[in-house]
Design a binder for this molecule. Structure first.
Ligand code: ADP
Length: 562
């Protein structure tokens, strides 16, 4: 005989699941124990959201669904934040949660952690399944994996009631209920005419532009993308998580001339990037009103979601770009030189402006001189994974830190969410075995700060850098009533490095770029958990970073209410 718990682990193993990220408790503790005993790595977190973010990052990095395991009720809900975020970011993830007694839950009789989790999950994931019989465990796992990874990747919820985990079944019959998903994300080519249309439109352009999004990074079609960029000479703009797909210092990169490239491009090839808020919905004044778009996306429902798409190329990026490369022989495309020169000049001007900014050395440190020190150390270590979250920390970090290797930058993504930092860092270290540097605002760090213990427990080579200006955005807010700290203020002059030393890691507190440089070198050389708290001026940074425009500001002066 066997039971649901064994079958669940067998089904995951049969489908090549190597790591589970989670938090144990009723009723799934033994699932984690059993998985570990069977050779699946189990990484236990302190909070389900962080575990879920780790699973999502694992999905992005490996192109296989990351697996999150949580308890029922509140644990499920905590994990759902990450499942929703994974879905929004198009990262494949399977969230498995134990659940309480169906008969009691469905009659609302008040069970332990009572919640109809399958229904609750539906708006937040691609699909939500519940396994109601032990003989459906194999089907549930297969369906969850295929749904997560095929088409547009995303989160899938798989509900496993405690009773099903405990249900017994004859072992030989049970084995026949399991299967391995064949070709989980099949290649998909667009029609040949669309490829011709796309190449013809690009060939007619005076100012063509390629935008690379994190879908392009996810697709692992690096060589094909490079071939297309280099054989056409079309300038490319990497979205933040596509940085490194081609090196930031590539001659065709126009990251440093972004505004000009957007404003003047007349034909735009979007590769795994959506025309959402991060690209100003394709609208003027950020874009030329005359711009025409070609979009490569696995999800045809994405086309026209914001702007007319002149040539939709529905398919997976590897296949589509392969077809475009093959079509170039018959339909050559060559970027006009004038456009390359115009962008090149703008790039040089902006690079010079950035160099001037970075050369300034205020004390206490600001974001730019602190990030300069980080940039200098990382320049010699391209294999380091970079995680980046915060407001100013993210916005400035994205511009200052160059990337030269694909899929080595993980950040707040489509929602601009805080709290992904340590989960992403842990997954990057676990999945790659390589060093990770997580560059965190002091506020952003707080959302998942307890995962420092997880990093220490597993002895991961993660270095956390906290750009500490003592606040959300900055630390100099004042309560007009003079009673409490202002809403944006955090504990002044906090020493976050002590959180790391509390669990056996290395802690540094630095006040100058030179100290930061040395500390980061040492921490990376040690290849052990470390945290560098960087004392920044409380006035460093701007409210909402580069997104101030999204805030409705009070028209009434902020004053005590009498
Ligand atoms: P960014 O935020 O970097 O601009 P988005 O997350 O907005 O990127 O866009 C990613 C897009 O990539 C999504 O529309 C998604 O459907 C698409 N995508 C993901 N994987 C693939 C793939 N293998 N092939 C084609 N498109 C993909």
């Amino acid at each position: 005989m066997t039971d649901g718990m064994h079958l669940l682990v067998d089904a995951l193993q049969l489908n090549d699941v190597e790591t589970i990220y989670g938090v144990v408790g009723i009723p799934i503790t033994d699932v984690a124990r059993l998985a570990q005993a069977c050779g699946i790595r189990y990484i236990g977190f302190r909070h389900e959201s962080a575990a879920g973010h780790a699973a999502a990052a694992a999905g992005f990095l490996t192109k296989k669904p990351g697996v999150l395991l949580t308890v029922s009720g509140p644990g499920f809900l905590n994990g759902m934040v990450a499942a929703a975020n994974a879905t929004v970011n198009c990262f494949p993830l399977v969230h498995i949660a134990g659940s309480s007694d169906r008969a009691v839950v469905d009659m609302r009789r008040g069970d332990y952690e009572e919640l109809d989790q399958m229904t609750a999950a539906k708006p937040f994931v691609k699909a939500s399944f519940r396994i109601n019989r032990v003989q459906d465990i194999g089907r549930g796992v297969a369906r969850a994996i295929r749904t997560a990874v095929s088409g547009r990747p995303g989160g899938v919820y798989l509900d496993v009631p405690a009773a099903v985990l405990a249900e017994t079944i004859e072992a030989a019959a049970a084995a026949e209920t399991l299967w391995r998903v064949a070709d989980p994300a099949p290649a998909q080519h667009p029609a040949a005419e669309r490829i011709t249309d796309a190449l013809a439109l690009l060939a007619s352009a005076q100012r063509p532009l390629i935008v690379l999004g994190k879908g392009a990074a996810y697709a692992q079609a690096d060589d094909a993308i490079r071939e297309f960029v280099e054989s056409t000479g079309i300038p490319f703009l990497p979205m933040s998580m596509a940085k490194g797909l081609l090196p930031d210092d590539h001659p065709s990169s126009v990251a440093a001339a972004r505004s000009l490239a957007l404003a003047k491009a007349d034909v735009v090839l979007l590769i795994g990037a959506r025309l959402n808020w991060l690209l100003a919905q394709g609208e003027a004044p950020h874009w030329s009103p005359a711009a025409q778009f070609i979009q490569v996306d696995i999800d045809p429902g994405e086309f026209d979601s914001n702007h007319p798409i002149a040539v939709p190329l529905a398919g997976d990026i590897g296949s589509v770009i392969g077809d475009l490369n093959a079509g170039l022989e018959r339909h050559p495309v060559s970027c006009p030189q004038l456009w390359q020169i115009e962008l090149g000049e703008k790039r040089r001007t902006n690079d010079a402006k950035m160099a001037t900014r970075l050369a300034q050395d205020p004390h206490p440190m600001g974001f730019y001189n602190a990030l300069r020190a980080v940039r200098d150390v990382l320049a010699d270590r391209p294999d380091v994974y970079v995680v980046n979250e915060g407001a100013n920390t993210l916005d400035i970090g994205r511009n200052v830190l160059g990337m030269s290797v694909p899929r080595h930058r993980l950040d707040c993504g489509t929602w601009g969410v805080m709290g992904i930092g340590l989960g992403y860092a842990i997954a990057a270290a676990v999945e790659s075995g390589k060093p990770v540097v997580a560059i965190e605002g002091d506020s952003a760090f707080g959302f998942s700060g307890m995962e420092v213990e997880t990093i220490c427990r597993y002895q991961l080579p993660v270095v956390i850098i906290i750009l500490n200006n003592g606040g959300v955005y900055r630390g100099d807010g004042i309560d007009p009533a003079g009673t409490d700290p202002a809403p944006t203020v955090l504990a002044p002059r906090a020493h976050h490095e002590q959180v790391m030393t509390a669990f056996g890691g290395i802690g540094y507190h630095v006040t100058t770029p030179a100290e930061l440089h040395t500390a980061l070198q040492r921490a990376l050389d040690a290849a052990r958990p470390a945290l560098i708290d960087c004392e920044l001026a409380v006035t460093a940074g701007t409210e909402s970073g580069h997104l101030t425009n999204l805030n409705p500001h009070s028209t009434v002066p902020l004053a005590p209410v009498s």
